[in-house]
Design a protein around this ligand. Structure first.
Ligand code: ATP
Ligand code: F6P
Ligand code: MG
Length: 493
């Protein structure tokens, strides 16, 4: 029999079931507001849904976080399955929704906005939706924009966000005051890890004030650095668009003798775009990401590898994520501790640094004359509209968020887990960042695809095994004499 508990520290709603089943549930109005009336879901009479077999999601449907399991292992963590419920906690006419977009741009933002507005209107007959202008601070410092299906009809074809965005400016008290003053009872918050942290504290304050206001998050991050979910919207688009830059780098590099193309891609702390763009392209000889440190000089260093590739192929392409190798060149820079308005560390341009370092190496050693072209397509990639598959994904995320809000769930992020739409508690989303696990199969696949050095030594592999979850581990690599060099970026003896 299932037993439920509220995990004191993390304020998680946990339900335990048979055979090691765990449901990490999301909050619901009924947790803190008693005796709320419910209404039949208007979708019951919607012609689009009347043909759908078992359209309403069963109360007990949940989605497992891990689909690979051992025969006798526990069933593990599950999340509540997203989708429409039989009963809703709002009359359509009573809903006053708002949408806000925060953090950096990402392909698909406008599609999510469009689908929330259209989903509320077409599925639930909700016609009062406001746009908050310019991120969190727009709640208390700007006027709102009225959003209707007509206003948002074409916006998915545009990059950026029609609502504007910002970093910083999260003032919980002022934001919740504004929500109350405007009579808003559903808040849709689209943004990355910082934004979801902000959404979580807004939810806590709304709950503390006992308000019947849904706080629903939609995860946005071009870096794919939000945990639990399969991937974030806009990621596929970014990987696809990155191909254009990589192609250009490859064409430039192969057109000259000893040509090197360097492409910088986004990824502050997570190298997913660089990894997937490399795997997709086949023209990339070396991919450098924040999760896997590298070094330049000495045996099995980057310079040695470049020399080898140029001798073999006459040209090469390097893809580097913006957060890679920061420790190698920022230690003597004065402004290395600068932060943006949200408190994120500002990064130095690793693409420029590595390009200069490579040029300098070949000039210094006089080994061969090279021609290097550096391409930085980062903001061009971030600013485009989402591709077809991301548009579909954005639609599912938005509609799921709307169904969850109408059903009275709150304090959740709408997310895809193992191909199924789910509601994930904020705490699970904000507890850590999603990173490339270099002891996982995917990074090993990349290394076999590019045939680049892993820049790891057996000691690093052992450390990684200790700190990361058990997974498919890398074979011991063939470079083992550069412990210190690895840390300093200097020549190995
Ligand atoms: N811990 C926090 N508590 C409250 N608000 C936060 C917190 N962290 C960030 N925010 C707010 O969330 C908003 C967006 O944060 P941030 O600039 O870090 O972008 P993000 O959502 O992480 O997106 P991305 O990093 O993908 O661009 C900002 O307005 C910021 O003030
Ligand atoms: O210049 P901005 O807007 O601060 O954004 C840069 C950052 O935003 C991100 O794209 C995340 O949204 C990072 O990859 C990048 O470091
Ligand atoms: Mg972030």
């Amino acid at each position: 029999m299932a037993s439920s508990s509220e995990d004191g520290d993390s304020k998680m709603k946990i339900v335990h079931g048979a055979a090691g089943y765990i449901l990490e549930d999301v909050p619901h109005f009924t947790d803190y507001i008693p005796d709320l009336p419910t209404y039949p879901n208007p979708l019951r009479s919607n012609p689009a849904y009347s043909v759908v077999k078992q359209y309403f999601v069963h109360m007990d449907d949940t989605v497992p976080q891990k689909v690979v399991v051992h025969k006798d292992g526990p069933r593990g963590v599950h999340f509540r399955r997203a989708g429409p419920r039989q009963k809703v906690y709002f009359k359509s006419d009573d809903v006053r929704a708002c949408i806000v977009t925060c953090g950096g741009l990402c392909p698909g933002l406008n599609t999510v906005i469009r689908e929330i507005v259209c989903g509320l209107s077409y599925m639930y007959g909700v016609n009062k939706v406001l746009g908050i202008d310019g991120g969190y601070r727009g709640f208390y410092s700007k006027n709102t924009v009225t959003l209707t299906p007509k206003v948002v009809n074409d916006i998915h074809k545009r990059g950026g966000t029609i609502l504007g965005t910002s970093r910083g400016g999260h003032d919980t008290g002022k934001i919740v005051d504004s929500i109350q003053d405007r009579g808003i009872n559903q808040v849709y918050i689209i943004g990355g890890d910082g934004t979801q942290r902000g959404a979580s504290v807004i939810y806590e304050e709304v709950k503390r004030r006992g308000l019947k206001v849904v706080i629903a998050g939609i995860p946005k991050t071009i870096d794919n650095d939000i945990p639990v979910i399969d991937k974030s919207f806009g990621f596929d688009t970014a990987v696809e668009e990155a191909q254009r830059a990589i192609n250009a780098a490859h064409v430039e590099a192969e057109s000259v003798e000893n040509g090197i193309g360097v492409v910088k891609l986004m990824g502050r702390f997570s190298g997913f775009i660089a990894m997937y763009a490399t795997l997709a392209s086949r023209d990339v000889d070396c991919c450098l990401i924040p999760e896997s440190s590298f070094y330049l000089e000495g045996k099995c260093g980057l310079f040695e590898f470049i020399e080898k590739r140029l001798q073999e192929n006459g040209h090469m392409v390097i893809v580097i994520a913006e957060g890679a190798g920061q420790e190698l060149f920022t230690e003597h820079l004065q402004d290395m501790n600068q932060k943006d308005a949200s408190g994120n560390k500002l990064l130095q341009d690793v693409g420029l640094w590595i390009s200069h370092s490579i040029k300098d190496h070949f000039a210094r050693t006089n080994k061969m004359a090279i021609t290097l072209k550096y391409i930085d397509p980062t903001y061009m990639i971030r600013a485009i509209p989402s591709n077809a598959s991301d548009n579909v994904y954005c639609t599912l995320l938005a509609q799921s968020a709307v169904h969850g809000a109408m059903a009275g769930y709150t304090g959740f992020t709408s997310g895809l887990v193992n191909g199924r739409q789910t509601y994930i508690p904020f705490n699970r989303i904000i507890e850590r960042q999603n990173k490339v696990v270099i002891t996982d199969r995917m990074w090993a696949r990349l290394l076999s695809s590019t045939n680049q050095p892993s820049f790891l030594n057996p000691k690093d592999v052992e450390e990684a095994k200790k700190t990361e979850l058990p997974s498919q581990l890398l074979e011991e690599n063939n470079c083992n004499n550069h412990d210190e060099a690895h840390k300093s970026g200097k020549k190995a003896e």
